[in-house]
Design a protein. Structure first.
Ligand SMILES: [Zn+2]
Length: 124
């Protein structure tokens, strides 16, 4: 699962750095995960290029103490009309771009893998 790959990558970062990716679906319905180039910024990954065709969601990690989607995440979700997955070691939330609400898909469960399995590829 792509989101678990991101959770595992995020858990290995220090100093509140984040990992971010697009979840993309091709015309045949297959999904893939495109990692944003890592900037090593603290709590703010940025992607300045165009959103890839077929993007169905955004996903990024948060530090443990900020498990919920931020106000900025909710605003971005509404603006792009895309759900945003917010990932920490213990929780997974997804925003609803219509309502701005978010729901927990994983709650209080360590879902980070011990062994990394890389399913997300760096965006080209
Ligand atoms: Zn966020």
């Amino acid at each position: 699962m792509y989101l678990q790959d991101l959770a595992t990558r995020g858990s290995r970062l220090v100093d509140q750095q984040e990992v971010a990716a697009f979840i993309v679906q091709d015309t045949a319905g297959a999904t893939s995960c495109l990692l944003w180039p890592h900037t090593a910024n603290t709590r703010s990954e940025h992607y300045l290029g165009a959103i890839p065709a077929g993007t169905v969601a955004l996903a990024h990690t948060h530090p443990l103490f900020a498990e919920h989607p931020s106000k900025g995440d909710v605003a971005e979700s509404k603006r792009l009309h895309l759900p945003i997955y917010v990932i920490t070691r213990w929780n997974l939330y997804v925003t609803d771009p219509q309502s701005g609400q978010h729901v927990a898909l994983i709650a209080n469960k360590n879902w980070v893998r011990n062994v990394a399995r890389h399913e997300c590829a760096l965006i080209k």
